[in-house]
Write a protein that binds this ligand. Sequence first.
Ligand SMILES: [Zn+2]
Length: 83
Amino acid sequence: MKRIYIACLAKNILFAAACIMAVVSVMVKSVPVATGLLYATAGAFVLGVIVSVCFFRCPYCDRALPKAARTPDVCPHCGEKLR
Ligand SMILES: [Zn+2]
């Protein structure tokens, strides 16, 4: 059951990192640095999507959970308690 908490945490961190890097890339004056940050932003975002699609699943019925920031209390598909 711990796996979904780790997956939830990982995707939240990745999406937060993507947001921070996007904001920083706008503020940075240097074009190569801003370009690098944009690639890093895209990479973090894609990784976040991969984590949430591949690992953020119900451990009982193995169906994908809603893309919420927090782990839901019960699985919306099978009704099993997730916490
Ligand atoms: Zn389920």
